[in-house]
Design a protein around this ligand. Structure first.
Ligand code: ADP
Length: 474
């Protein structure tokens, strides 16, 4: 099968979160299953671009409203990522250092999708599947069926994966002229609640809709940031497939970013060395349990209550645990965290920003990983934590529910709590401290056990293949 993944992110080319990890891994596993999976993404000015070699494979012109733009498609020469990687270069629009966060993101990702459709429409043959990820690519299933210039792509089955339904890519109707000319009576497919809603449009137009965990698919039917009814209506073509992790990138035995490599037999000693390094860097006490948080500092991740939860836990448990936070996001949360760090010097530290290398050392060196998320479509951090023998402390929601079992249950290996609140987190911190100090045998068993759970893409990559096969057969 020839599968075209279209995405705004792909690790290690450009990553802002879980989407990048997924698109960097899933195609590789699909290639290993014998398929021809490719990734098409925007050409940003990232390190990866300058450190690799490229062939120019296509150049073309397209319209964004009244503006004509030129685009080029370049291909990485050696398949260094384990699949064919294509970047779409649009001067002045896509070639920037950051992935998102510009005032003209709507125009940027519209142009990206138009250029991708145009390039695909010039191929002598048609791919078997086009698989779009999140709202930045969500208008492609519509464009391929109803935009006059691309209609001959309309018979290619499309899969749309919702990685996060909070962000829907809303576009005001007064920008509709930016879309390539389309069958005007199909406007209702673009619309949701009087705006052009790319996410809703993809849910309506794609041949199949997937979410990144079965529990998240259930949740979206009653909490989908306004799209609940649509998710109910389209349930027949929707399925939740749990994300996997790239077991080559996230492997404590070979990870180059950590201080000491280890496997499940050497977990105690391996983690001790990594913890020593981490605590040394951040002025924390390596003899106390170390609880870390890694992620975007936004409400979805319950980062707003993190400063209070850390302060309260430190007071209530008399400084028996240390905390380290890596993340960036809302400035109020960043400031509050800095405040707690100054107040509780020696107990709490933070790194405000994005740091891939540090994240690996934290998964390896921490004892516990805290994820109090309000919404967690799948969550990869907890799976990385498991692979590195770090006990996940998670709120029971979405993918966290699908991947973590509380240690109070039979063969449980994590800590779960029900509410994203300061008391629930403080209570869980107490359980973590007790486990670390007083239940050493259980704690050691948990670490070895969790490291052997297989959350790699093996099973889920096959599930996607089966989904594609069903579409092609019908
Ligand atoms: P998201 O909702 O952000 O996509 P996921 O749990 O699916 O959440 O994926 C988060 C990914 O981003 C993980 O690989 C995590 O390690 C990484 N990550 C998040 N924030 C940072 C940061 N500040 N520095 C380094 N890596 C980060």
């Amino acid at each position: 099968m020839e599968i075209i993944h279209v995405s705004a992110e792909c690790y290690p080319v450009a990553k802002a979160g879980g989407l990048g990890d997924v698109v960097g891994a899933l195609p590789k596993y699909q290639v290993e299953l014998g398929h021809n999976a490719k990734v098409v993404m925007p050409m940003y000015r990232t390190k990866f671009l300058y450190n690799n070699n490229w062939d120019l494979v296509h150049e073309g012109y397209q319209q964004l409203g009244s503006q004509q733009f030129k685009y080029a498609v370049i291909r990485e020469k050696t398949n260094v990522l384990g699949f064919e990687l294509y970047l779409i270069d649009i001067n002045g629009l896509l070639d920037r250092e950051k992935i998102y966060g510009y005032d003209d993101d709507t125009e940027r990702f519209l142009a990206f999708q138009i250029a991708t459709c145009d390039w695909l429409s010039k191929w002598a043959h048609q791919p078997d599947i086009v698989h779009c990820h999140d709202h930045h690519t969500a208008l492609m299933p519509f464009m391929m069926q109803f935009c006059h210039a691309f209609k001959h792509l309309g018979r290619i089955p499309t899969v749309f994966t919702i990685h996060n339904a909070q962000y829907q890519g809303w576009i005001d109707w007064n920008k509709q002229a930016l879309l390539p000319p389309f069958d005007s009576w199909k406007w209702g497919l673009l619309d949701w609640d009087k705006t052009i809603n790319p996410l809703a449009c993809a849910i309506k137009c794609a041949s199949k809709v997937t979410t990144v965990s079965p529990s998240y698919m259930e949740e979206l039917r009653y909490a989908a940031n306004g799209l609940e009814n649509l998710m109910q209506y389209e349930r027949g073509k929707s399925v939740g497939i749990l994300n996997g992790i790239d077991a080559d990138v996230w492997n404590p035995q070979s990870d180059n970013f950590i201080a000491k490599n280890y496997d499940d037999h050497a977990v105690k000693e391996g983690k001790r060395k990594n913890k020593k390094e981490l605590c040394g860097q951040f002025g924390l006490d390596e003899d106390k349990p170390l609880i870390v948080f890694i992620g975007r500092l936004v409400g979805e991740k319950a980062a707003d209550i993190l400063p209070d939860a850390i302060r309260n836990s430190t007071y209530q448990h008399r400084g028996a645990a240390n905390f380290l936070v890596l993340g960036s996001g809302e400035s109020e949360v960043e400031n509050n965290l800095e405040h707690v760090k100054n107040q509780l010097h020696g107990y709490v530290n933070t790194y405000i920003g994005y740091n891939e290398t540090l994240s690996h050392l934290m998964y390896a060196g921490a004892d516990f990983l805290l994820m109090p998320s309000r919404v967690e479509p799948c969550g990869l951090n907890q799976m990385y934590a498991l692979r590195y023998g770090t006990v996940p402390m998670v709120r029971s929601t979405g993918g966290l529910k699908d991947t973590v079992k509380d240690f109070g249950d039979w063969q449980g290996y994590g800590i779960r709590f029900n509410n994203a609140t300061v008391p629930d987190i403080t209570h869980s911190v107490g359980r973590a401290i007790d486990l670390y100090n007083n239940k050493r045998d259980l704690y050691n068993w948990m670490r070895s056990y969790m490291m052997n759970i297989n959350y790699s893409w093996d099973a889920s990559a096959e599930e996607y293949i089966k989904l594609y096969e069903n579409l092609i057969e019908n």
